[in-house]
Ligand binder design. Structure first.
Ligand code: NAD
Length: 511
């Protein structure tokens, strides 16, 4: 266990005491054994209470290297890549079953670690199990085409695994983002090392226990709990790593893309966003109000696809925003374990400081804070990292507040004049992750969906997902695709086989 001073230096609540029973096995899985990390320690605190949950021994760069060596051995020699797709699928289904059997445990661990509501973390675990099932079926049903003949040969385009995939995930929805990388990578025949975010390692470590229980050959999945400053380069620079699948912030994503380019290995990058939500003058107002509220304030706004820039037609702007503010004030702020909670705490004290800094800057830019803009006054919430849902107006789209990702419960509202003005403003951002459009006019929705540069468009709904539908970000929001059959293709390489069909030798060179 770390001392209070050590814990404080890791950014945790001073004086907090860890829970007596550990939630997860605090060790690295290496060579069929559990090995204690020797790269320092980090105490996870419950963001709802400030109470310590568990101290984790993070791994060192040497241990990360050893784990990737072991993953490479497993890829080459465990027989995994030689299994038939339905045989690999069987293991994925077993992992999914174990996740469902442990749903309450995994959801509770994730709520204690991230502050998310239990209703959300239950859905995330169920959806992560569904991701394993989907890729079990997807790999069984994907086809390798026999391509049209252009001569006396037959051509087949086959798919092969890449090798060791380094999966790097952020803190906001760990179990879902972990599954979206591990499941397709494994299904396609690869080995995976997963580095969870420092603040939220617990659910990935619990998943590691289930992977061991599933009987998957050792070394094919390894969770690497550690700091990016300690193990990041050991992962991205390891010669056996054949692909990096990264979800996180745009600046880290660009750095990783540079590192991958040096080694000419592929990356999938799912990065930040500043997504517009558009309420047209003919929108169903009730539907739009609830959709906008959910789009920004669910998960306390800590979502890459949060609808954080609200555009409302100027003819309905005042009434719409006033009612939105009234409903925002009525949201119930509380711990994730309380079934009445709409808005839980932010993930970490340092993240709340960051959100508060952005709101202070909005004030200094001349923004009017219509509600929120501070931690709640309720003394019962004082020990947690809560921040009130905040609505801001009075800023132009070019302001820093409208341009930069805040990643918290902060919505900025802008009126627009007409569709041309709207499209120009909506696209005036470095990001291109998602957009929400509220209008019953089919043709208008179709036109706006085509004109706005975003990987996902929601029309009269928001923040809904299907694992079978590809997800990608445009511009600074990313590169490559997660989910769906395209997401599986990201973890394979194509090889073309030509079979000669002639029984006589080539005539070339015979004079
Ligand atoms: P982050 O970029 O700080 O970290 C993400 C992960 O990368 C963490 O595990 C971190 O330890 C690791 N990392 C950072 N630098 C690294 C390096 N040089 N080498 C190896 N690993 C490194 O992001 P965050 O603060 O954890 O997450 C929030 C960000 O994630 C937001 O910008 C959000 O929009 C984005 N996000 C995007 C999506 C998407 O699908 N597009 C989904 C969720 C979150």
């Amino acid at each position: 266990m770390t001392t209070t001073t050590e814990r404080t230096s890791q950014g945790t609540a001073q004086g907090a005491q860890p829970l007596t029973a550990p939630l997860v096995t605090d060790a690295l899985r290496l060579g069929g054994d559990w090995v204690t990390g020797d790269g320092g320690s980090f105490t996870v605190t419950d963001p709802a209470t400030g109470q310590a949950v568990q101290t984790i021994h993070q791994i060192s760069a040497d241990q990360a290297t050893q784990a990737i060596d072991a993953a490479s051995e497993a890829f080459l020699y465990s027989g995994w890549k030689e299994l038939l797709p339905h045989e690999r699928g069987g293991y994925l289904r077993t992992i999914a079953d174990l996740m469902v059997d442990n749903l309450d445990r995994l959801a509770t661990i994730q709520t204690l670690n991230t502050g998310k509501t239990l209703s959300e973390t239950r859905k995330l675990v169920a959806s992560a199990a569904g991701t394993f099932r989907y890729y079990a079926s997807a790999v069984e049903s994907r086809e390798e085409p026999v391509t049209p003949r252009r001569g006396p040969w037959q051509t087949v385009s086959v798919l092969e695994p890449l090798g060791v995939v380094a999966a790097i995930t952020p803190w906001n929805s760990p179990v879902a983002s972990d599954a979206q990388k591990i499941a397709p990578a494994l299904a396609a025949g690869n080995a995976v090392v997963l580095k969870p975010a420092e603040w939220t390692p617990l659910v990935a470590m619990a998943l590691m226990e289930l992977v061991v229980e599933s009987g998957l050959p050792e070394g094919l999945v390894t969770v690497l709990p550690g700091k990016s400053s300690v193990i990041g380069d050991a992962i991205t620079g390891h010669p056996a790593v054949a692909k990096i699948s990264f979800t996180g912030g745009t600046s880290a994503g660009k750095l990783i893309a540079h590192q991958a380019a040096e080694r000419l290995i592929p990356t999938t990058l799912e990065l930040g966003g500043k997504s517009p939500t558009i309420v047209c003058e003919d929108a169903d107002i009730e539907q739009a109000l609830q959709g906008v509220l959910f789009g920004i304030f669910s998960s306390s706004g800590q979502s890459c696809i949060a609808g954080s820039r609200l555009f409302v037609h100027q003819s309905i702007y005042r009434d719409f925003v006033d009612e939105l503010v009234r409903r925002t004030r009525a949201l119930h702020i509380g711990p994730g374990v309380d079934p009445d909670t709409d808005v839980g705490p932010l993930v970490h004290r340092r993240h709340r400081e960051s959100v508060a800094w952005y709101v202070d800057r909005a004030r200094s830019e001349g923004g009017a804070i219509l509600c929120g803009g501070k931690a709640p006054d309720d003394p019962a919430l004082a020990a947690g990292t809560y921040y009130e849902p905040t609505v801001i107006e009075g800023l132009g789209n070019s302001s820093a507040t409208c341009q930069e990702e805040i990643f918290g419960p902060v919505l900025v509202c802008l009126p627009y004049e007409n569709d041309d003005d709207l499209i120009a403003q909506a696209n005036d951002t470095v990001y291109g992750l998602a957009v929400g459009i509220w209008t019953p006019d089919f043709l208008r929705a179709h036109r706006l969906a085509g004109a706005i540069d975003a990987g996902t468009v929601w029309i009269n709904t928001y923040k809904q997902f299907s694992i079978s539908t590809p997800f990608s970000g445009f511009k600074d929001s990313g590169l490559g695709v997660d989910k769906g059959m395209d997401g599986l293709a990201e973890y394979s390489k194509r090889k073309s086989l030509y079979w000669g069909l002639e029984s006589t030798p080539m005539t070339w060179g015979k004079h």
